[in-house]
Structure formats: structure tokens, C-alpha cells
Write a protein that binds this ligand. Structure first.
Ligand code: HMN
Length: 288
């Protein structure tokens, strides 16, 4: 399960329906061009929190059908509706996904006991392994070392997608839990996380920048820090432009220049203005 995973985008049509052909093209591009080790399906980048249960299932099915056993698959099933999360966990396990992941429950201020119960409930009666999806900036849930340790006591919880700029905590986690999988979640901090010996990374920009991400990770693992830093610099030039222009929309527009029908974003996200679409196409020309 180690390595680089793309946080997969989903192609939607103008009405917000899943565009199956476009989704399959995004999957193929990630496997054949970006050459990532796996896909993280229905995460933030997949606009998961904007779609229905039926659409989530449709996406899980299409992706598994397109991928087969070519690369590893992690299914993000986390939801504030715990029955939905449990149902999706069973659904993807039956489909043959390699692992599930679940975002920490958000919006309401859940205490740690509630968070722990959420994970244990999702895992009840499902024969799979789970990766915690921690993204405090979006969820408001900040767990400390001891709390991660308590969650890790459940042997089915095999790791964490660590999407935070807290390198002190990341180092402490790495040191305390050498056998758990730690994935870096911020692509612009991949080198720094790799130096701390994470097991892999999960990122949205890998949809278009997967090759550079792989180089950064591999060079850092081999101790070639100067070379890795050069590539992280180019990567961050690109990420900075993407973030300024509209994260998911810009990545979709860049994919379109490569013949991949990445479609539209779902409301309430807004589409790119023509000016920003031109900018995205320029970025594709410069960086892809
Ligand atoms: C997901 O769930 O889709 C991703 O794993 C999320 C991932 O950590 C991305 N975070 C967000 O989009 C909020 C990053 O790849 C991020 O987009 C990138 O580092 C640019 O900031």
C-alpha cells in the first residue's frame, strides 16, 4: 500500500451527473501518463461531499471496473451520515478495493470519544483496513499524538493521510508508529514530508503532476535532497498558479488539454471564467 496515490478527480457533465467516459479517461491518464501507484477515490478532490450516495457508488464501480488490479485503490467513505459511511465501506469491500479511508467527522464539534466510535462503527463487520483522513484546515478536527495512538489500537486502522503543515506532529507520529502507514497530504510539502520518511502521499495535483511528485518522493528516499528540491520548486511554481486560479477547476482544464474529458465541477463550486480557462491552458503548455 506504499507509494503515490492520486486523489482522483471525477468528470461531471454540466448538470452535475457523473460522466462515465470522462471518469474512465481520468483514470487511464493517471495510470498511463502520471504512472501513480494508486488512486484515492471520492476524496475532497472527487467532490465527494457534493454528491449523492448513488453517485458515490457509481464512481466506485466505474473506477474499479476501469482499473481492475492495475494499481491500488483506496475508497474514501467518510460521511456525517454514519449509516452511509458503513454502507459504502461494505460496498467497496465487496467491489475489491484494497482499503478504505474516512475523513474525521466534521461540522459539529465531536469530542474524541465520538470520533473513535465513528471509526470503530464504520469498521464493524467489514473485512477491510482503514486509513484515517486527517485534514484539520477543512474539518476543524486537530488530533494529537495520543489520540492517533488510541485510534491505531484498532488493528484494522493501518494508517493516516496526514494533510496538515505540522511537521513536529508528523515526525512524532513517524517515530511512535513505525508500522503504520503515513501518507503526506499536501503536495507542496511533499519533499519535507518525504524527508521525515512517510510511506507515500495522496494528492490532487498528481492528476497532472504525478511524474514530478514521484521523482520528488523517490529522490528524497534515496537521499538526493538537492535534486528533489529542484523538482519541488518547479512543482510549487505550478501549485501556486493552480491555487491562485482555482484548484479543481484548473486541474480539470489542464487535463482537457491532454485529451481527457475532465468535465465540469459541481455546484456550488463555480466554473472557470474564460480568462482563467486560458490561464489553465497556458499552465498545461508550460508544465505538462
Ligand atoms: C482528497 O481527499 O481529495 C485529497 O487527498 C486532498 C489532498 O490532500 C489535497 N487537499 C485538498 O484538496 C484540500 C491536496 O492535494 C491539495 O489539493 C494540494 O496539496 C494543493 O494545496
Amino acid at each position: 500500500m506504499k507509494g503515490l496515490y492520486t486523489a482522483l478527480m471525477c468528470s461531471f457533465d454540466e448538470q452535475g451527473n457523473v460522466n462515465e467516459k470522462g471518469l474512465r479517461e481520468i483514470v487511464r491518464y493517471n495510470i498511463e501518463v502520471s504512472e501513480v501507484d494508486g488512486l484515492y477515490v471520492n476524496g475532497s478532490t472527487g467532490e465527494n461531499f457534493l454528491i449523492s450516495t448513488e453517485q458515490k457508488k457509481q464512481i466506485f464501480e466505474i473506477v474499479k471496473d476501469e482499473v481492475g488490479d492495475q494499481v491500488k485503490l483506496i475508497a474514501q467513505v467518510g460521511s456525517l451520515n454514519i449509516e452511509e459511511a458503513s454502507d459504502l465501506a461494505k460496498f467497496v469491500t465487496d467491489l475489491g478495493y484494497d482499503a478504505i479511508s474516512a475523513v474525521t467527522p466534521f461540522y459539529y464539534k465531536f469530542d474524541f470519544e465520538e470520533i473513535k466510535d465513528y471509526y470503530n462503527t464504520i469498521l464493524e463487520g467489514v473485512d477491510t483496513q482503514l486509513i484515517i483522513y486527517s485534514i484539520p484546515a477543512l474539518t476543524g478536527v486537530n488530533m494529537n499524538l495520543e489520540q492517533f495512538g488510541e485510534l491505531f489500537e484498532n488493528e484494522k486502522i493501518i494508517g493516516v493521510k496526514f494533510t496538515a503543515p505540522d511537521f513536529f506532529l508528523l515526525e512524532r507520529l513517524r517515530h511512535a508508529f513505525p508500522d503504520k502507514l503515513i501518507y503526506s497530504g499536501f503536495d507542496e510539502m511533499l519533499l519535507s514530508a518525504s524527508v521525515l520518511n512517510v510511506d507515500g502521499a495522496i494528492g490532487s495535483t498528481f492528476n497532472v503532476n504525478g511524474k514530478r511528485a514521484k521523482q520528488i518522493f523517490t529522490l528524497a528516499q534515496g537521499g538526493k535532497i538537492d535534486e528533489a528540491r529542484e523538482i519541488q520548486k518547479v512543482t510549487n511554481d505550478l501549485i501556486e498558479e493552480i491555487l491562485n486560479n482555482g484548484l479543481y477547476q484548473t486541474i480539470k482544464e489542464m487535463l482537457k488539454t491532454q485529451g481527457v474529458n475532465a468535465g465540469f465541477v459541481r455546484k456550488p463550486m463555480k466554473q472557470l471564467t474564460e480568462e482563467r480557462a486560458i490561464k489553465a491552458r497556458e499552465l498545461a503548455k508550460k508544465y505538462l
